[in-house]
Design a protein. Structure first.
Length: 204
């Protein structure tokens, strides 16, 4: 549940504890408010790492895009630390006007993915992602399992499709050459990622 800490000393102690555990790398600041999500569990990190593989192979290694395991995305410079978000996976294509300042990007990516953990409020980030011109957002929900794809249209991120275990629709990105489909599996549902130009597939 959300907690508002009004005691500056307690807030400093909590931030110091978070930094000592290396958990502060997942922090975000929403219009001056520090947001500290729960640390991602092993499954979350496995999904993130495996989603990066096909995107990096077909876009990153070929210099067709910049693929990152999360970056600080902001709408202001140089005061970026007052308002930024850190999605799990991002892709910036060569013609994207966003500026890379090393520590952060001013402007949204062409494609990003958020993997939900308990208590996540990824939908609350949509207004920000639209504001910085993020072209597509894919949400990986695990409670229950589903993939949801959103596209930027007239300044808003509009729902463009859903793939779940009852209706495993193939979701095709309009910004990167990939499709995504949720599939049943013994241990947990998997994501079938297909490169549309070659037909090559990966199971995430």
């Amino acid at each position: 549940m959300p907690v508002l800490i009004t005691d500056p000393e307690l807030g400093d102690e909590l931030r110091a504890s978070r930094e000592a555990s290396d958990g502060d790398k997942w922090n975000e600041v929403w219009d001056g408010v520090l947001v500290m999500p729960s640390l991602p569990n092993d499954e979350h990190q496995e999904l993130q790492a495996n989603l990066l593989c096909p995107l990096t192979e077909k876009l990153g290694f070929t210099k067709l895009g910049k693929v990152r395991a999360g970056v600080n995305i902001t709408d202001r410079h140089p005061d970026w630390k007052s308002n930024y978000r850190g999605p799990d996976v991002v892709v910036y294509l060569p013609d994207n006007p966003a500026i890379n300042y090393g520590t952060y990007w001013l402007g949204g990516p062409d494609f990003l993915c958020e993997i939900l953990s308990p208590g996540d409020v990824a939908s609350d980030k949509f207004e920000f992602y639209a504001k910085v011109n993020t072209r597509e957002v894919m949400i990986v929900d695990r409670y229950p399992w589903a993939l949801d794809l959103f596209r930027l249209h007239e300044g808003e991120l509009i729902h463009a499709g859903r793939s779940d275990l009852l209706t495993p629709t193939i979701l095709e990105s309009h910004t990167i050459p990939f499709t995504f489909q949720l599939q049943p599996s013994e241990s947990r549902p998997t994501i079938l990622v297909t490169h549309t130009a070659t037909g090559q597939t990966w199971v995430v």
